[in-house]
Design a protein around this ligand. Structure first.
Ligand code: GTP
Ligand code: MG
Length: 676
């Protein structure tokens, strides 16, 4: 379940309303292509920036001039950066490409290695980008301003009674773990079979050219001519008040490895009747037999043999329960550092999050460790996904004798860090609990050692979340996190969270990046057939009239009249995280966007921005250091489905990672060049 990020850079209260209009002086010249020799400068041996000779240390990276002084004054012509590409616009017509798609991942990315991370973040670190002002995109796409009329009624109506259930369920009515069902269903030949490995599907897609595609009757030739603002939803797309008594809340359970996320989720599901006593006995028995008795509740979520064997979650498990106010979709994420990409995939779909902390001595500290701890990385990531409502579940309180002092210490240390990530104190609830001893989960604690705590229990805290806002009235957007194929039956289903708009059986959808139009055959939500899927719903969409190879994780289902872009040359506004290695021109990074992952090269660093004011402080710096923000251009190895953040947040948030660590978060400010 891939994929799904606000952010970014903009972590303040008005994050979503952030003004991404560029303010950089339009006249601020682009760094010259060629520059004549500057005498009286010395070149930094680390970042190669040319400093004035009066500077004793590098203006950019702070390296001392020292003994290199004399040698560093260079007298050669500086040539233009070869990546200093000109902004260019291409036709507003979307022509999909079938190659170059990445499978987003629920699976392991075990090649990751951790990189050393230094000091702890400063309080204001993530707020850096909130005031960033950058210049207007020189070549912004103008397609959205065109005035072609919206074609109403684009979704053909089909009798809802004809909706068929095409997806096999595990036969578990009480608990549904959608992504994991995939493994049962996926045919061996499915390209999504290795779904979590984020491998390029290029080789599977046979370089189908646009010309070739035009031979298909269903191929789309959509134009990017209609502004999303002009879209008028049909009546059925908007929910009627009484229709859903409970609002759906997608809840990501995140936190350091072994903090008890799966145990907490399993326990909650059991307490709320989603796991029967009989099933629980089965888990207990099996877990004991394998010498993993303490993982009985976690086994409800950790279903694969490898997860159970290793005692860690590797892929995101999805389960459901109802609280008083919400239909809660639990996204139980892996905590191990090797599976952060999978965690990203699940958490990007979330409306709110529970950050689980292991209160035991040494464990909380391990989670906060700058190098190996995932508490900090997960908190930074979820905030940058746009999640601003958080419960901190301080778990394993039994292991510290339900000590108030320990709880307070955790609040003071982690609270400061969460503020630095942009979480408001008023949006964070702190709940001491014990998943194993069932203290403070769905009722007030019964253990007298927790009598000092007078706040809400976990379930009440979940009900205190503000309801998420949904984009019902916008054109359809569903980033595809997973694909289920059954070639024998000729069926293909795209799974993901509907970020905007609605679909129902009979709807025509544009499948990107293959730019092929398909018809919705049926929908499944919570493993049940459903007639309509609307913004906020996690659904599986069974498609007709499309070759299975044209549907891939990392792609997007969208409205045929409102195709999203497909591009590999992007301008980003990024914030380098505290402790991360500097980003240099030419740095090779992993680029993550919704459910897609792609290799990227930093082609240009256009501006360094003031962390407080967001104003441009330097043009064309050679590197971006930790806690600095900048406007950069990246060129991806293969194109991805993308939109500018100002137009579509979910398709415009990015993460840059390297060596198993997230080094920067950011947003797409401009699509420099779309793919033809
Ligand atoms: P990953 O998904 O691999 O990151 O782990 P996790 O966070 O899901 O942890 P999991 O639920 O697998 O639990 C890890 C261990 O912590 C198990 O042995 C649990 O029994 C134990 N554990 C979980 N909750 C509690 C608790 O409240 N108290 C104590 N003492 N142990 C707990
Ligand atoms: Mg787990």
């Amino acid at each position: 379940m891939p994929r799904k990020v606000n952010y970014g850079p903009d972590y303040d209260d008005n994050y979503d309303e952030y003004d991404y209009g560029y303010e950089v002086d339009e006249n601020a010249e682009t760094p010259p292509q060629k520059e004549t020799i500057k005498h009286s400068v010395w070149r930094c041996s680390i970042c190669t920036y040319d400093n004035d000779e009066t500077m004793s240390s590098c203006d950019i990276c702070g390296v001392l001039h020292g003994p290199l002084l004399n040698n560093s004054i260079y007298d050669k012509k500086r040539t233009a950066n070869i990546f200093d590409l000109k902004s260019s616009r291409v036709s507003s017509t979307v022509v999909g490409r079938d190659e170059a798609v990445k499978v987003s991942s629920m699976r392991s990315d075990s090649s990751n290695q951790s990189t050393e991370k230094g000091k702890h973040n400063r309080l204001d670190e993530i707020n850096i980008l909130k005031n960033i002002e950058v210049g207007p995109p020189a070549g912004s796409r103008t397609s959205d301003n065109c005035s072609a009329s919206v074609q109403e009624g684009w979704l053909g109506h089909v009798d809802e009674s004809s909706v068929a259930v095409n997806l096999r369920s595990r036969g578990k009515s009480s608990l549904s773990l959608m992504p994991k069902e995939r493994n049962v269903m996926v045919d061996d030949s499915s390209s999504s079979r290795n779904g979590g490995e984020a491998n390029s599907l290029t080789s599977n897609l046979e370089n189908i050219s646009f010309a070739a595609k035009s031979r298909h009757s269903n191929d789309a030739k959509p134009g990017r001519a209609i502004s999303r603002a002009q879209y008028k939803p049909e009546k059925w797309m908007l929910p009627e008040k009484a229709e859903h008594s409970l609002t759906q809340l997608n809840l990501a359970i995140v936190g350091h490895v072994d903090s008890g996320k799966s145990t907490l989720s399993g326990r909650l599901l059991h307490l709320l009747g989603r796991i029967s006593q009989k099933e629980m006995h089965k888990y207990e028995k099996e877990a004991k037999l394998q010498g993993k008795g303490s993982f009985a509740y976690a086994w409800a979520l950790d279903e694969s043999a490898e997860e159970r064997e290793r005692g860690i979650t590797m892929t995101v498990a999805v389960a459901y329960f109802d609280s008083k106010r919400y239909h809660v979709v639990v996204l139980d994420s892996p905590g191990h550092k090797d599976f952060v990409p999978n965690m990203i995939t699940g958490a990007t779909q979330a409306d709110a999050s529970i950050l689980v902390i292991d209160a035991s001595i040494g464990s909380f500290e391990a989670g906060m460790d700058g190098t190996k701890g995932q508490t900090r990385e997960h908190a930074q990531l979820i905030r940058s996904f746009g999640i601003d409502q958080l419960i901190v579940a301080v778990n394993k309180m039994d292991a510290v004798d339900y000590s108030k002092e320990r709880f307070d210490l955790i609040i003071s240390q982690l609270g400061a860090f969460l503020r630095s990530c942009g979480f408001k104190d008023s949006s964070v609830s702190w709940i001491p609990l014990s998943a194993v001893e069932n203290q403070n989960l769905v009722s007030a604690p019964s253990d007298f050692r927790l009598s000092w705590y007078l706040g809400p229990n976990l379930l009440d805290a979940i009900d205190s979340f503000q309801p998420p806002t949904r984009e019902f009235s916008k054109p359809l957007i569903m980033p595809i996190c997973d694909v289920i194929k059954s070639p024998s039956q000729g069926q293909v289903s795209a799974c993901g969270k509907l970020e905007a708009g609605a679909v129902r059986s009979g709807s025509k959808v544009l499948v990107m990046p293959s730019a092929t139009i398909a018809t919705v055959r049926s929908l499944e939500r919570d493993s049940q057939a459903c007639p309509i899927g609307r913004a906020g719903d996690n659904i599986a969409v069974s498609l007709n009239g499309i070759d299975g190879n044209h549907v891939m994780a990392g792609g997007v289902l969208c409205h045929p009249d409102f195709p999203i872009a497909f591009a590999k040359h992007l301008e980003l506004k990024v914030l380098v995280l505290d402790g991360a290695t500097p980003i240099l021109i030419g740095s090779q990074l992993e680029f993550h966007i919704h459910h897609a992952k792609e290799a990227a090269r930093v082609a240009r660093i256009s501006f360094l921005l003031d962390s407080k004011t967001g104003k441009v402080v330097k043009k064309a710096p050679r590197c971006i250091l930790a806690k600095q923000s900048a406007v950069v251009e990246v060129i991806l190895q293969e194109a991805v489905c993308v939109e500018e953040f100002s137009k579509c947040k979910v398709l415009g948030r990015v993460f840059l990672r390297t060596l198993g660590r997230t080094v920067a978060v950011g947003i797409v400010t401009r699509i420099v060049e779309e793919q033809q």
